[in-house]
Design a protein around this ligand. Structure first.
Ligand code: IMP
Length: 196
């Protein structure tokens, strides 16, 4: 079975990766299993470059293929913000980010937004491939289920009248930006397994 390292410490992302790759011939290894606490600083200004940065670091360190996700939320009214700065938008935690966004959209009718994910798969031979996924939706007016990941409590995917947080992982892992990017990875499974 081929082993690929998940280049992330984010427990929500790791869970999503594991669920999506269940019953494939790929065994995903987490940094936790390796007792690795290294943080890769996201110094780039695009999701793609940051995703490559993270996967490259761990692929080189462990000489094994590594997979990463760099993702974020882009709000139309805010000209694409928070974008690559989604994680630390308010300088605090996920709850603070949600509150800041809701305040910025107070009284605003156009609440269109999308989540974007770029997944990078980086091999020890320095070759790599990136995969993108996007999910469109709207920002709600209040927080639903505050203990959920990131902006899940306030993001309503198109066609649903519940937030990502309320929809739960079964639906989220079918339609989310990261799920869509990872589905593209799965389409490349033969190529990945046979990578020399
Ligand atoms: P990254 O670790 O730099 O990719 O941070 C991505 C940030 O974007 C997260 O910390 C969240 O704030 C946000 N984000 C990305 N994907 C999701 C998601 O699926 N749900 C909610 N928020 C997300």
């Amino acid at each position: 079975m081929m082993k690929i390292l998940i280049a992330s410490h984010n427990v929500h992302k790791i869970k999503e990766f594991m669920q999506i790759f269940e019953s494939t011939p790929i065994h995903l290894v987490s940094l936790k299993e390796l007792n690795d606490h290294d943080e890769v600083e996201e110094t780039e200004n695009t999701f793609t470059k940051n995703a490559i940065l993270k996967a490259k670091y761990f692929a080189k360190k462990y000489r094994m293929p590594a997979i990463s996700d760099d993702s974020g939320l882009a709000v139309d009214y805010l000209n694409g913000r928070p974008g690559v700065h989604s994680k630390r938008y308010a300088g605090g935690n996920d709850y603070d980010n949600n509150v800041k966004l809701l305040n910025e959209l107070k009284g605003i009718e156009n609440r269109d937004a999308h989540f974007m994910s770029v997944v990078a798969l980086y091999y020890p031979d320095c070759s790599y491939k990136t995969y993108q996924g996007v999910v469109y939706g709207t920002i709600g007016h209040e927080l639903k289920q505050i203990d959920a990941f990131g902006y899940d409590p306030i993001f309503y995917p198109k066609g649903y009248n519940q937030s990502f947080a309320e929809l739960g992982h079964l639906i989220k892992n079918e339609i989310s930006h990261r799920a869509l990017a990872l589905k593209k990875v799965k389409e490349d499974l033969d190529e990945i397994i046979n990578h020399k």
